[in-house]
Every structure is written in C-alpha cells, then in structure tokens.
Design a protein. Structure first.
Length: 425
C-alpha cells in the first residue's frame, strides 16, 4: 500500500485535544506520524488539503441498516455508500431487523458484512429481548461473546420494569451497556406528534413529551438498583435531560445521545403534514430543541448519532398518522452538527468529539482518534463549504431526510478506511 501524506490540513483530534495546522502520514493503512511539518517520504502520495479539516472517521452509534429483511429500504452496501459520503467509518447497527439480531451467528455475520464493504466497520447491537418483543430476555452472555457491543430493542422501548431490571442486572455481569428507546409505550402508542397546540390544530394523535422523562426516571432508578449501565438514545426533551444531568452528578452509570433533528428542528417542521419530518421520538417544541443544544454544550449529552432510519416512498406516501416514522441521517450527520458550531453553541473540537471518540468509547471501540499506530480511518471536510440537502439526490438508497431543502455549511471531501480512499468529492 502506498504511503499517503496529507499536507496543509487542520488536524483535529478530540481524543488528544489537538487542533492545529499540520501534516499526517499514513503507512500500511495506519497513522504513522503527524505534526506541523513531516517532509515527504520517497514514493508517498501527496494529498493537498488546502486548509480543510482532517479528523478521525466519524463513529455513528445508532443506525438502522434495513438488512437483513428490509433491503427494499436500505442495504448494507447502500448504507456504506451513504456513510462514506458523510465521513462515517464506524457504525453501530440496531438489531430490530428481520430476523432480529438475537442469535450469535447473526452478530458475527453483521461484523463480517461490514468488513466486506471495505469502507465501514459495523458494530452490532444485539436484541435485549428475543425478537425485540419485550417478553423474554435474549441470550446476553452468548451474544456478548459473539461481539455485540451493547443490548437494545432498537426503536421499541423495553416497557416492562421487571424485564428491564433483569436485563440490567444480567448485562452488568458482562460489563455490557443497555440502550433504551426512552418512550413510555402505553403513553406513546398510536401517537404521531408531540402533544400540544400544533398536534391539536392538525388533528394528529399525540404523544405527551413527558412519556420520555417517565421512562428515563424509571430506568435511572433501575440502574441504581442493579448497578447496571443504561444509555438513553435520541433524547429530545428538557425534562429528560435534567434527569440525566442529575443522575450523572450522583455518579450513576447513565449516558445518552441525541440526533441532529432534535437540536436543529422543532415540531413546526412537520408543517402541513410533512411525513419526512415524522420521526420517533417526534420533533419537539422549540424550548426542548434549545435544551438539547445546551446539553450538548455542557456535556450532559455524550454523543451525537445519525439515528438513521431508512424508509422508502411507500412508507412515507401515506396520511401523516399512518406514515412510518424515521429519517435518513448518514449523509447529513456532520453538516447538521456543524450548524451548532457556526452558531457559536459548540467549539469545533467539542462537536467532533461528540461524533468520534466519545461514541467510540461508549461502544468499546478503538476508533475515533488520530493516534499513531491506529487504523487510518479519516474524514477530510471543508467546514464552510455550502450545499443544500435534496431528497432524491443523497448518496445511498434511503432518501427520507427531514432536512430536505435545508441549506448547510460543511461538506465532506474525502473519507479513508484503513488508509484506502472510499469517498472523494
């Protein structure tokens, strides 16, 4: 493999607190050296950065892949294409597929399928309950041994307090994390939008925002009882975030992530029954959006995930209440996060930390750094390059973006996996 020398780049490595102009050398697929000026080794291919940011490949800790069973929505190959265009080189895949990832052989298969893409490391979540049905605990020990990075029922909440207590207790014996979709199921059932004036005016079945905080409060208490580790996915309300903030202050093993729609959009994005903006959890009030942005800045939120949920046209071309919830998010993950940087809410190095080393550590992955000797998984992007999101023109198969028509600044111009270029613009 030819050596690569990145020159005239802004090196940002949140893991090391590094943010400076410089150069980076890749040899045999690994980072060999980095610094202000390295000189050009004989035979090295020069990549001129023109001042663009070079950071670790992004680590997306929550994405639905469609495959197996939903290939009409997305395949691993098409997801890998979209991920590479978004600068993502490592991705944690949800288990609520068909069949469900509740068998050790399927965990190993997902890891292998990721390797086969040549551009994406897939870290499989395994189902916390068989079939993600919430009725019987999955074989957590065997799934952990097979390589599952954590346990979750994906887009379904683990609704039974007794079941959640058992899962937390058992998973803690393996040092494993339980990831919860924080929405009290009986309050959320059948809902399509956040309860309030807008849902009432549009005549939509509503979900009270408190459904999120109710389940968060319950599971914090269960984590305290069991000594287990709970992670709350796509947190979207001020009330839930305050509960998590207090739990962290009390030293409990509680973490959380959010997704770009919850700090960039509010409930008005559903407009006149715009189904691309129907998500789970639903978009919230402006006060909640501001609270999510503040929680990114103060460190309450541990990671930003794409929450990629591919849907095809038939899933969305229905009356709002019947349309499938979910939005495509791989290609827009970085650029929408950068809105918080351009607006002054987050320093760039902190924003990139939420997309690289912090999710990597939650997943037990060595990815997300520019450390010498680690695999050269790299993202090169121009933070001020303007573009517009256009559904139908995104890379990959899924086009159901809630950001359709959104003007953004920040474009990935190159992605490398173990030193091999897998995307270039």
């Amino acid at each position: 493999m030819t050596d690569l020398l990145f020159r005239n780049v802004r090196l940002i490595d949140p893991a090391a607190g590094l943010d400076q102009p410089g150069e980076l050398l890749v040899r045999d697929g690994k980072i060999a050296d980095l610094g202000p000026s390295l000189g050009q080794p004989d035979g090295a291919t020069l990549i001129e950065g023109d001042g663009a940011v070079l950071c670790p490949g992004l680590v997306d800790m929550r994405a639905e892949l469609g495959e197996p069973g939903g290939e009409y929505r997305e395949t691993i190959t098409s997801a890998a294409e979209a991920a590479a265009a978004g600068g993502i080189t490592t991705l944690a895949a949800l288990p609520d597929t068909r069949p469900t990832i509740d068998d050790p052989a399927l965990v190993r298969l997902l890891r292998t399928r990721g390797e086969e893409t040549g551009s994406l490391t897939i870290l499989p979540y395994a189902a916390a309950t068989r079939g993600c049905r919430g009725e019987e605990m999955a074989e957590i020990g065997l799934l952990h041994e097979a390589g599952a990075v954590a346990f979750t029922d994906g887009a379904r909440a683990i609704g039974s307090a007794r079941m959640m207590r058992l899962i937390l207790s058992y998973a803690s014996g393996f040092g494993a994390r339980v990831v919860q979709h924080p929405e009290e199921p009986s309050l959320a059932e059948g809902g399509a939008a956040t309860q309030g004036e807008l849902a009432t005016r549009l005549g939509l079945p509503a979900i009270p925002a408190a459904a999120e905080a109710i389940l968060v409060a319950r599971d914090i208490r269960l984590a305290q009882m069991t000594g287990g580790t709970v992670h709350f996915a796509h947190v979207s309300t001020a009330e839930a975030l305050e509960l998590i903030r207090r739990a962290k202050a009390d030293g409990l093993a509680v973490t959380c992530d959010t997704a770009p729609p919850y700090f960039d959009l509010n409930e008005t994005a559903i407009g006149n029954f715009r189904t691309y903006a129907k998500l789970s959890p639903p978009l919230r009030r402006e006060a909640d959006r501001l609270a999510v942005a503040a929680a990114l800045a103060d460190g309450t939120i541990d990671a930003i995930a794409s929450d990629h949920q591919p849907r095809d046209a038939d899933d969305k071309r229905l009356p709002f209440a019947q349309a499938a919830a979910g939005g495509a998010g791989l290609a827009t993950l970085l650029a929408v996060t950068l809105v918080q940087v351009h607006g002054g809410t987050l320093p760039l190095i902190q924003a990139l930390g939420l997309l690289t080393v912090r999710p990597a550590r939650l997943l037990g992955s060595a990815a997300g750094t520019l450390g010498k000797g680690v695999a050269a998984d790299l993202c090169l992007f121009q933070p001020d390059r303007a573009w517009q999101v256009e559904a139908g023109a995104l890379p990959g198969k899924a086009q159901n973006t809630p950001f359709d028509g959104r003007a953004l600044e920040g474009r990935v111009v190159g992605t490398w996996k173990a030193g091999r270029r897998v995307f270039g613009a």
